[in-house]
Design a protein around this ligand. Structure first.
Ligand code: CU
Length: 149
């Protein structure tokens, strides 16, 4: 074995773990918005379209934001005749799938904003993936849902 082949072997060995990790893609976020609310409203809702461009499932474990005291992922479900919401433990996004957080369904529950938010403001919310990776996403504060692209 000559030196250059030996070097190549070292390089490939070093790359292998990275190649395996690369299978879990980062998520793609689109149409991220928070519904504007009257001043002093204690709870706001955020919506976003989340796409997994990869080949393996990617799961959102939690959401964080410095702009709110508490930030949770919520789902809506019918309990008897009543629509209730409850926190999700995690939000799995299947490969090639889009999960939509939208009014009446999945949403971000954004509690106790630390400052007043008005239409036109932008707020960063970080999505923490199950494997620990963090994806900050900028949300626009809007009066109503943005038009679909
Ligand atoms: Cu909620």
């Amino acid at each position: 074995m000559n030196v250059s082949k030996w070097m190549l072997g070292l390089v490939l060995a070093a790359l292998a773990p990275a190649a395996v990790q690369a299978q879990a893609a980062l998520l793609e976020f689109d149409q991220a918005w928070i519904r504007a609310a009257p001043p002093a409203t204690p709870v706001m809702a955020g919506y976003v379209s989340i796409r997994n461009p990869g080949l393996t499932e990617v799961s959102v474990a939690s959401v964080e934001s410095e702009t709110f005291a508490t930030t949770e992922l919520h789902e809506m479900r019918m309990v008897g005749q009543v629509m209730r919401m409850r926190p999700l433990r995690s939000l799995p996004v299947e490969p090639e799938m889009v999960v939509k957080l939208e009014p009446g369904g999945l949403h971000l529950m954004l509690m106790q904003p630390v400052r007043e938010l008005a239409v036109g403001d932008r707020v960063e919310v970080t999505f923490v993936l199950a494997d620990g990776r963090r994806q900050p996403v900028v949300f626009d504060v809007l009066a109503d849902a943005p038009l679909a692209p």
